[in-house]
Ligand binder design. Structure first.
Ligand code: FAD
Ligand code: UDP
Length: 372
């Protein structure tokens, strides 16, 4: 199938699948999609195990978006349940809500203190506002200073150090701002209008996105085996530094790994995701059967651990946003702008901390540019 009339898409995750689908359906052109893994769906890959429980192999994936465009695009391929994600964490031995909100306040402090803090917070902040922890720490009032230090220490300091290997001040503010202090009684992790889990799982969604007569898929295939071949366009969702043979140096990533355990009981914990900001060396425990309300007398959990990415040792999971890495990425981006008919996208191609919806939107918008 390789020839100059054919488009090559490197990577069969959401980014690659969506761009392949749009080229195949709207331009009626042929597309070869390759992935070096032995499955499609990239980091969103899921499968039902022998107990009938849907396992997210590379960590829990909860779909959420404000974008009607992304939602309508995905709805062509799947229905979603009405799951709204909540996270609890263990703070001082108490299981309570994360992000820190007014309910957390009343869970961890005596009522009179909680009432005083709530009133002071409402004097300063709008109800339902979201305040990043690094902002929240800028308080003059002694009570609120105490509260900010509590939240920083109990929720952010140790979790962030485990997750990123550095303190919250040393990671980009946008990362910790994903989990703000929320001046609300809303216990949900996301407030997006659209959220849920695809009823048949993510792998099925990607399979349907790729199911088109113009699309051919080759798994266990690395781009380096095809790089001398000629294609009409190449869409590259792998790491941009690898594409350029690391000529400016390696872009750093965090990696994660999961320890899976099966238990002979219906549930292991009270919630799909329990964070352990202050205890243990893992960051959180996922219990998969909650996502699609799977019924089984067994349950499967995964403890999530974080470490630096090292070439040849583990996988890239999280780009590390900071000024130095952005500058390095921009050198590659300059190089990419000179290349003809090669387009970089996705979490690895753009070196951006995309959630699924942002990766999908990026692919749709890139297609709209190309179509012009
Ligand atoms: P990927 O899924 O990484 O796909 C890239 C593909 O390219 C891979 O399959 C890879 O094998 C392939 N590839 C790379 N190099 C080559 C090569 N040289 N040759 C051939 N193939 C190659 N998002 C949410 O919205 N909600 C969540 O709850 C959520 N949870 C997450 C939890 C974790 C632990 C992680 C790491 C991410 C999470 N995300 C979540 C983000 C989500 O995984 C990404 O947005 C999404 O996977 C991006 O898709 P992608 O196609 O850009 O990248
Ligand atoms: N975070 C934290 N404590 C928590 C939850 C999150 O310190 O209990 C910080 C941490 O730095 C984390 C970031 O907030 O990397 C973003 O959290 P999120 O849950 O969005 O991360 P993801 O699900 O993408 O790993």
């Amino acid at each position: 199938m390789e020839s100059s009339n054919i488009n090559l898409v490197v990577g069969a995750g959401f980014s690659g699948a969506v761009i392949a689908n749009l080229i195949a359906t709207e331009l009626n052109e042929e597309v070869l999609v390759i992935d070096k893994k032995d499955h499609i769906a990239g980091n969103c890959y899921d499968y039902r195990d022998k107990n009938g429980i849907m396992i997210h192999k590379y960590g829990s994936h909860i779909f959420h978006t404000k974008s009607e465009k992304v939602w309508n695009y995905l709805k062509q391929f799947t229905d979603f349940n009405t799951y709204m994600h909540k996270v609890v964490g263990i703070l001082d031995g108490i299981e309570t809500h994360i992000p820190f909100n007014f309910n957390t306040l009343y869970d961890v402090f005596p009522q009179t203190l909680a009432q005083r803090l709530e009133q002071k917070l409402l004097d300063i902040f709008e109800i339902n506002s979201k305040v990043p922890i690094l902002e929240f720490q800028k308080q003059d009032d002694d009570d609120l200073k105490f509260l900010a230090n509590y939240v920083y220490e109990k929720i952010f300091l140790h979790y962030t150090t485990k997750q990123w290997g550095v303190s919250p001040e040393e990671v980009d503010g946008a990362v910790t701002a994903r989990v703000p202090v929320y001046l609300s009684k809303d216990n949900r992790y996301f407030q997006d209008k659209y959220q849920g889990i695809p009823l048949d799982g993510y792998t099925k969604v990607v399979e349907r996105i790729l199911d088109h007569k113009n699309i051919k898929i080759k798994l266990n295939t690395d781009y380096k085996d095809l790089r001398d071949k000629c294609f009409k366009r190449v869409f590259y969702t792998g790491p941009i530094d690898e594409f350029y043979n690391y000529k400016f140096g390696q872009l750093p990533y965090r990696s994660v790994y999961f320890k899976f355990e099966t238990y002979d009981k219906e549930y292991y914990q009270s919630n799909a995701c329990v964070n352990y900001p202050c205890n243990y060396d893992f960051t959180r425990i996922h219990e998969y059967k909650y996502y699609l309300d799977d019924k089984s007398d067994k349950t499967v959990i995964a403890k999530e651990y974080s470490e630096f990415f090292e070439l040849g040792k583990n996988e890239r999971y999280y780009p590390i946003p900071n000024d130095e890495n952005t500058k390095l990425y921009e050198k590659y981006l300059e190089e990419a702008k000179k290349a003809e008919n090669i387009y970089f996208l996705g979490r690895l191609g753009d070196y951006k901390y995309y959630d699924m919806d942002k990766a999908i939107l990026r692919a749709i918008e890139l297609f709209e540019e190309i179509k012009k």
